[in-house]
Ligand binder design. Structure first.
Ligand SMILES: [Zn+2]
Length: 184
């Protein structure tokens, strides 16, 4: 589709070079949402730190295998590895389509995570903190850093091409910050 152009958002100057790279790695519409979420968190008293953005198949495969290994060793290994215990199989992650990012609010408290989820959802993002997975050791985990734009194309659809721009424009228009009244 031609005739549409999404302008890349200005990045907050506080972001490290690594964080800037992470934010710039995702689709422009998701960049807009990530920056909007950053400012919302700042207004609530938190510094949002970006940890992960777009991933290649090889990136996702490595993280997936790390997660499986840590899972097999139990919850402590997951904590040590900084993994949530929930990692999509390579070829199925929204990170591979550039429609997802991971971030952590600091100071990092349960209250901060709740605010992060609330603000992300207010922007129309899907929050991994809602997903509960039971691990082999009987414990349950959520993926609180994870935010994604749902309803966009899958990896397979992206490979087929052509559907991304129109879907993202629709998603961004639907997620405009003016709709803060919890109507979705
Ligand atoms: Zn994620």
């Amino acid at each position: 589709m031609s005739g549409y152009e999404l302008v890349l958002p200005a990045l907050p100057p506080e972001l490290s070079a690594r964080e800037q790279g992470i934010v710039r790695s995702v689709e422009p519409a998701v960049q807009q949402l990530a920056v909007a979420l950053y400012h919302r968190m700042k207004a609530r008293g938190y510094r949002l730190v970006f940890n992960s953005g777009k991933r290649s198949y090889a990136d996702q495969e490595r993280i997936y295998n790390d997660t499986l290994r840590a899972r097999a060793q139990g919850g402590a290994a997951l904590n040590a590895a900084g993994l949530a215990g929930i990692t999509a199989r390579p070829g199925t992650s929204r990170h591979e389509t550039g429609l997802a990012f991971d971030a952590t609010p600091t100071p990092t408290t349960d209250a901060a995570w709740a605010v992060y989820g609330q603000e992300g959802e207010a922007l129309g993002l899907t929050w991994g903190g809602r997903w509960t997975t039971r691990l082999p050791d009987g414990t349950t985990r959520t993926d609180r850093p994870h935010m994604q734009l749902s309803g966009g194309p899958t990896v397979a659809q992206l490979a087929a091409g052509g559907v991304l721009t129109a879907l993202l424009i629709a998603a961004v228009l639907a997620a405009r910050p003016s709709s803060t009244t919890g109507d979705k």
